[in-house]
Each structure stands twice: as C-alpha cells, then as structure tokens.
Design a binder for this molecule. Sequence first.
Ligand code: ATP
Ligand code: MG
Length: 435
Amino acid sequence: MQDRTYAADVLAGESVTIAGWAHEIRDLGGIAFLILRDTTGRIQVKFAKDELPDDLVETGTGVTRESVVSVVGEAEAEERAPTGVEVVPEEVDVLAPAEPELPLDPSGKVDAELPTRLDNRTLDLRSAETKAIFSIRAEALRAVREYFREVGCTEITTPKIVATGTEGGTELFPITYFGREAFMNQSPQLFKQLMVASGLERVCEIGPIFRAEEHNTPRHLNEATSIDFESAFITHHEAMDVCEGTLRAAYDAVATNCEAELDVLGYDPAEFALADDAFPRLTYEEAIERANATGELTEQLTWGDDLTTEAEHALGNAIDGHYFVTDWPSEIKPFYIQDYAEDPDVSKGFDLMHPRMELVSGGQREHRYEQLVEGFEQQGLDPEAFDYYTRMFRYGMPPHAGWAYGAERLVTSMLDLPNIREAVLFPRDKQRLSP
Ligand code: ATP
Ligand code: MG
C-alpha cells in the first residue's frame, strides 16, 4: 500500500494512511473510537459523531472486530490516547470484513485452549503474546546464525529425503520415492560429517528434521527445526565452547533487541541474559552420583543407565541452570561417537541439559574407517547400507566434532513455555497434520 504509515510511526500533525485490523470499537455515545492494530502496535481513530459525515461514522464504528480496515486522516496529539496520538478520519475503507463470530479472541481477553489456538493459528498469532514468541524465536535464530558466521561456518542445506536413517530405524517416516522405499531425514548428522572432509571444513545448518516419535510429550515434535554444527580439527570440548557461544549469543540478542516482546511475556529484559559463569561440565559418572545424592529419585541410577527424566529434573533443580554432561557410556551413544582410546567403554559424547529438558547432543566423532565400521556392526546396523557415508572415511576424514539442538527446545526452555507446540507455527504431532 503506497504511503502507508505504521501505527508506531504516526506523528501528530501529519496526514496519514494507516491500515490494519479492527482491534476494538468503543462507542461512548457522542464519540466513538476504533483501535486499529498492525504489526507495529495500535493506534486510536476518533469519531466525533457531530463533526464527521454520518456514512463515515457508520463505516468506521459499524465494522466488525478483526476486519481489515484502512483509514486516511490527520494525526493529532491526544494525551489520553494509548500512544499519545490519534487519527481524525477523512476516509475509512473496509478492505476485508471479518465474520462477527470469531473462533478465538485475539485480544486475549478470553483465554482459548491450545488445540483451539493451533486450529486457528493465524488468528492466534494476532495476539501480542503469541506474536512475541515468534519474534523472539526469529531473533534467537538470527543471533545463532550470526555467531556461526563469526566462528567461520559455511551454512549448508542437506537432503531431507534419504535412503537410510541416521539414528537407527525406529523413528523414521517411510515415504515412497518413485516406487522405492525412502525416508524423511531424522538429522543432517551423516551429511554434515561428510562436509568436514570437504573443502568446507566447518559447517552449520538450520533446517527441518522428521521423527516418528510415538509419544505425545510437551518436548517432542514430529517435525522440528534442528540447529547443527560440525567442524574438522576440533575436540568435543571445543565443540561445547561453540555450542555455549551460540546459546549466549541467542539470549543476549533477545535481551537486547526484544525488550517489548519480553515485557509482553512477563520478563524483565535486564534480568534475562544468562549468568556469566561458564556452564558446568559434569562427567556422566558425576552426574549420576549427584542425581542419586539428591534423594529425589525413586530409583537409583547405576553406570550404563540413560539419565531418566526424573534424574534430569533432580539434577536440573540441584544445578539450577544449563550444564553439560560428558563422557557417556559408549553403549548408550550412537555409533558415530568416538570412544576414549584408554577406556573404550566411555565415549566422547556430550549432552547440554537445561533444567527442564535435554537441549543438545554432540560429541567427538569417530573418524577412523575401521573403528567406524566396527561401531556400525556393534549397533546391529549394516555398514553396506551406509556405504555412501563410510566410503568417504577412506579418502581423508579429519578428526572432527559437532552437535545439534532443536530450535523449538531452545525457545521453549528460554521462555519457559508449558509446551513445545507453543514454539512452532504449525506443530506436527501424532494427532495434528493440519493446518
Ligand atoms: P530426547 O532424548 O529428548 O528424545 P534425542 O536424544 O532423541 O532427544 P537427539 O537425537 O540427540 O535427540 O537430537 C538432538 C537434539 O534435537 C535434541 O537434543 C533436541 O534438542 C532436538 N530434538 C530431537 N528430537 C526432537 C523432537 N522430536 N522434537 C523436538 N526436538 C527434538
Ligand atoms: Mg540426544
């Protein structure tokens, strides 16, 4: 729309054309107000009934809530208006009327259940709270990308239709690919590893992953956004440094650039950034000892057990912040993670935990061909099926490490959202395939 002025930019004394949604109509008798909302905020349009033509008043005040309206008028200072300015209309056009019955109330005055909100996501996103979540998500991802660039990553895009899974067969979505069986990719893992042997060396990707998770949990999606990093010639501890760097960059950027959005969600931007202390790095052995010592576990953990949700929560409460768990038992980490030469039962895999959930998995990768193929066999996988991957380990694969985390888990944990579905526009779960 030519010469349109955003609500936030309307200045007293100017002639303006504003456009947006009819947020609220308040009729006080002799005077009525139309509150117009656009992506920048709200602006008041004043209808002094005695001073304006009847048809103009009728159009402007008879409009249904959430209709799309444009107004041409004069902006005047008015200290009682929410933004200190109001528009006196000369012309009002209803560009797209909304039906009087709305499936949910975007003003947020009437709460709606999550399923209703997700069924009507477009309307839900007109509410300040929902919109704030996605503005913050965008800012966090922007900051992560920028951090990746600063540490010399090349951003890549790997295939999402693949011939074999990465993490074993159970969580794959099969598809038909010209009569052949194929799958939706669970992770860029194998492809990003191949890239460290290419001329690119250090890569990142932010893209979709697909997992046929059977369980309906507040932290699993069937389609998620994976933030991946992989680099040649680094150790897993250096990979952890980069991982922590991206998270700090995301929190800092949100604290600095999303003050209004944080405020809408009830956060004080000044207290939002992460504490300066580096995230503690506990070995798996220390982690289970510490979890057992909390006295909060119904069942004590012994070496070799995966950390249970209960143990994650107990540790999270004890540490009260992000922490890495390193040196996991080899048998509960995937085949592509390297084991310590001096103790092959212990791997160089790590997880980054948030008090509420696992955020990141990563590790030093096995770059030696023979050991890699052996690892496949130990996990009951057929190395032949992964020939496209293993073959490249015969032609100069440098030592390398990397990690991945879900963008939705980052946002969910950052904003303490009750459900991961809040952090994705159109969530895919076992029940939900549309919108
Ligand atoms: P969990 O044990 O919590 O199911 P995972 O260990 O299976 O996760 P990884 O394979 O390690 O997950 O994937 C790396 C990261 O990707 C996870 O730490 C998480 O942040 C994210 N992620 C994995 N699966 C999902 C999912 N189904 N929904 C949302 N995020 C996911
Ligand atoms: Mg994991």
